[in-house]
Ligand binder design. Structure first.
Ligand code: NAP
Length: 194
C-alpha cells in the first residue's frame, strides 16, 4: 500500500483503488492510508446489491464499482422475470436493465463481454431511466449476503464454485505446509554451510 502511495505521489499513478474490501476492511484502510482511495470494486449485481457496503463507501468517499454486474450469468440472470419484464417496458434487455439499475444507485459498472454487439448493447443504457417502482422491484431481488462466488482462484487461474474453493483451500494448506517444511530444510542446509 505504501509503495502504491509513493507511486501516486511520484505521478506514476493517477488514482489508487482496491477490490473486494468489505466494510470492516475498508474502514480500516481509509483510516490508515495517506492517499484517499478512489474506488473499491465489489461483487455487486441484482442478487447482491451490497447496500451496507455501499453506504460505507459513500461515507468514506470511495466510489463503489461493481464487478460481475451480471452475476456472471448465474442463477438464470439474463432470463430473470423481474429484469426482463422491467426492461421490456423500455425496449431494453435484462442486461441493460440491470446496468441501468446499478447506475441509478450510483454504482459504477464494469461489465465484461467478448462480443462487439453486446459491448454496444451494454453501453446503450443512457437513453432511459427506471421509475421508482421499477427500482423497487429490482431492489427486491437482493438476497443479501456478500457474494455468490468468492473471488478465489486456484493456482491454475480457474474460477471455482464453493465446493471447488473448499478443495482448493485444503490443497493450499497442504501446499503451504509442504513449502513450510521445505523452507525449514533449506534453512537447515543454509545454516550447515555457514
Ligand atoms: N476485482 C475483482 O476481484 C474481480 C473479480 C471478478 C471479475 N472482475 C472483473 O469484472 C468484470 C466483469 O465480471 P465478470 O466477467 O466476472 O462477470 P459479468 O460481467 O457479470 O458477466 C460476464 C458474462 O456475461 C456475458 N454477457 C455480457 N454482456 C451480455 C449481454 N448483454 N447479454 C448476455 N450476456 C452478456 C458474458 O458473455 P460474453 O463474453 O460471451 O458476451 C460473460 O459470460 C471483468 O472485467 C472482470 O475482470 C473483477
Amino acid at each position: 500500500m505504501r509503495k502504491t502511495e509513493e507511486a501516486y505521489r511520484a505521478g506514476k499513478r493517477r488514482a489508487i483503488g482496491v477490490s473486494t474490501f468489505y466494510p470492516g476492511r475498508l474502514i480500516d484502510l481509509c483510516n490508515f492510508v495517506e492517499v484517499a482511495h478512489a474506488v473499491n470494486q465489489v461483487e455487486t449485481h441484482a442478487f447482491r446489491q451490497q447496500r451496507s457496503a455501499h453506504e460505507t463507501m459513500v461515507k468514506y468517499g470511495v466510489q463503489h464499482e461493481s464487478w460481475g454486474p451480471f452475476a456472471e450469468g448465474r442463477k438464470d440472470f439474463f432470463s430473470n422475470p423481474a429484469l426482463c419484464e422491467t426492461g421490456a417496458k423500455y425496449g431494453k434487455s435484462s442486461a441493460q436493465t440491470t446496468l441501468r439499475f446499478l447506475l441509478q444507485t450510483s454504482v459504477v459498472v464494469m461489465a465484461k463481454t467478448v462480443r462487439r454487439e453486446r459491448m454496444e448493447e451494454n453501453l446503450n443504457v443512457f437513453d432511459f431511466s427506471l421509475s421508482d417502482e421499477d427500482m423497487r422491484s429490482i431492489s427486491a431481488l437482493d438476497e443479501g449476503g456478500e457474494h455468490i462466488f468468492l473471488p478465489l482462484r486456484c493456482r491454475r487461474g480457474r474460477v471455482l464454485d464453493r465446493a471447488g474453493i473448499i478443495k482448493a483451500e485444503e490443497e493450499a494448506y497442504r501446499y503451504d505446509d509442504c513449502r513450510g517444511k521445505q523452507a525449514v530444510r533449506r534453512q537447515r542446509r543454509h545454516s550447515a554451510l555457514l
